[in-house]
Design a protein around this ligand. Structure first.
Ligand code: NDP
Length: 341
C-alpha cells in the first residue's frame, strides 16, 4: 500500500516538500475491524490546519504521520459483524490506498442511491456544513439577501442553492469569470462577483452594493480577508453571520499574518453592535446528530437534480499534494476529490 505523510510543517502556503509518499505492507484488520481499499479520498481546506503545530479544535498531524482525511472505499476483509467484503463504506482513512478501520467509525453506503463520491461532498461533510450553518445560524427568510464566498465549492454551492430555493436573493463571490458563470448558470446564484477582479475591499464593496441593493441579511463566512472587509458595512440590522471558515488566512497560520485585509477590530465590532448582528462560529463535527435530518431533506433534492453537483477529480494518490495546494489557491472547480482506483 501507499500513503502520504506530513514530511515537514509548511511556512505559509504548503509545497510538495511538505509531503512524502511512502510504501508499507498492507495492514491486517484486528477484531471488530475491516480492511478497506480506498477508491476516492476527499481534500478539504481544514487539512491545512492539521499541518500546523498550533492549538486548535483538533490535534495536528504529527511529522511522519499519515495526512488525515475522509474517503470512500470497498471492504476487502472484515472481522466485524455487519460488514462484508464488497461493501462500500465511508470513513476517515487518511491519504492512503488501504486502511484498517474500526467498523464502529464507518458508514455503509448504498451505491444504488447515487455515486459514492456524494458521501464526500454534496451529501457528506461539506454539504452538511452548508445546510447546518445556513439553517441553524443563518435563519434564512424569503425576500432576504444572502452573500457567500467560495460559492462554487461544496459548502458555498449548498448554501447558495438552499437559500435560493427558500426565496432569498443569492449573491456568490468566486475566483474568476468561469467560476462566476458556474455560480449563476449551474448553481442558480442571482449574481456572482469575481473577487480576483477587485484589488481591494473598497472596490469589491462597490460591486457588492450593486449586486445586493437592499443590503445583506446573511453573510455566510467562508473566507475572511478582503471579502469580510467588503461585506461588514453592508450588513442589515439583525443580520446573521454563520462563521464557517476563513480560508484566505489559512496559509498565514490562522493568525492573519500577510492577510489581504486592513479590517481593524473597531471596524469589525461596530457593525456587529449597531446593527445587532448575530455571529455564530461552528465546527460541524460537533453536530453529527443532525446528519440524518440533513440526509432526509437534501438527498432527495440531489437525486432529483434540484441540488446540482460539481466535482473536480484528480487521478492517483501521488497527485493529492498538488491538488491540495491548488485547493487552497482556488484551482479546484467544485468538490475536490482524488480517485485512487
Ligand atoms: P472549496 O472547495 O470551496 O475550496 C476552497 C475555495 O476557497 C477555493 O476554491 C477558492 O474559491 C476559495 N478561496 C481560497 N482562497 C481565497 C481567498 N483568499 N479569498 C476568497 N476565496 C478564496 O472549499 P469548501 O467548500 O470545502 O470549504 C469552504 C469553507 O468552509 C472553508 O473555509 C472551509 O474551511 C470551511 N469549512 C468549515 C467547516 C466547519 O465545520 N466550520 C466544515 C467544512 C468546511 P474561489 O476560487 O472561488 O475563490
Amino acid at each position: 500500500m501507499q500513503h502520504i505523510t506530513l514530511a515537514s510543517r509548511p511556512k505559509g502556503a504548503p509545497t510538495q516538500d511538505n509531503f512524502a509518499m511512502e510504501t508499507a505492507p498492507v495492514p491486517e484488520p484486528g477484531a471488530g475491524e475491516v480492511l478497506v481499499r480506498v477508491h476516492y479520498m476527499s481534500l478539504d481546506p481544514y487539512m491545512r490546519g492539521r499541518m500546523d503545530d498550533a492549538k486548535s479544535y483538533a490535534a495536528p498531524v504529527p511529522i511522519g504521520g499519515t495526512m488525515e482525511g475522509g474517503g470512500v472505499g470497498e471492504v476487502l476483509t472484515s472481522n466485524a459483524d455487519g460488514f462484508s467484503p464488497g461493501d462500500m463504506v465511508l470513513g476517515m482513512f487518511g491519504w492512503t490506498t488501504h486502511a484498517v478501520a474500526d467498523a464502529k467509525t464507518l458508514r455503509k453506503l448504498n451505491p444504488d442511491l447515487g455515486p459514492i463520491t456524494a458521501a464526500l461532498g454534496v451529501l457528506g461533510m461539506p454539504g452538511f456544513t452548508g445546510w447546518h450553518g445556513l439553517m441553524e445560524y443563518g435563519r434564512p427568510k424569503a425576500g432576504e439577501t444572502l452573500v457567500v464566498a467560495a460559492a462554487t465549492g461544496p459548502v458555498g454551492s449548498m448554501v447558495g442553492q438552499l437559500a435560493k430555493s427558500l426565496g432569498l436573493r443569492t449573491v456568490g463571490i468566486a475566483g474568476g469569470p468561469d467560476k462566476c458563470t458556474l455560480a449563476t448558470d449551474r448553481f442558480g446564484f442571482d449574481a456572482c462577483i469575481d473577487h480576483r477582479a477587485h484589488a481591494d475591499a473598497k472596490s469589491l464593496r462597490t460591486a457588492l452594493k450593486h449586486a445586493a441593493p437592499d443590503g445583506i441579511d446573511i453573510y455566510f463566512e467562508n473566507v475572511g480577508g478582503k471579502v469580510l472587509e467588503a461585506v461588514m458595512p453592508l450588513m442589515n440590522p439583525h443580520g446573521r453571520i454563520p462563521v464557517c471558515g476563513m480560508i484566505s488566512w489559512y496559509n498565514a497560520g490562522g493568525l492573519g499574518a500577510g492577510a489581504d485585509t486592513t479590517l481593524s477590530a473597531p471596524a469589525l465590532w461596530r457593525p456587529i453592535l449597531v446593527n445587532f448582528l448575530s455571529v455564530n462560529g461552528f465546527i460541524i463535527s460537533n453536530h453529527w446528530d443532525r446528519l440524518p435530518a440533513f440526509l432526509a431533506e437534501v438527498a432527495p433534492k440531489v437525486l432529483n437534480g434540484d441540488i446540482k453537483v460539481v466535482e473536480d477529480i484528480a487521478e492517483g494518490l501521488e497527485n493529492a499534494p498538488g491538488a491540495f495546494i491548488g485547493l487552497l489557491d482556488g484551482k479546484n472547480v467544485g468538490k475536490q476529490l482524488v480517485k485512487l482506483i
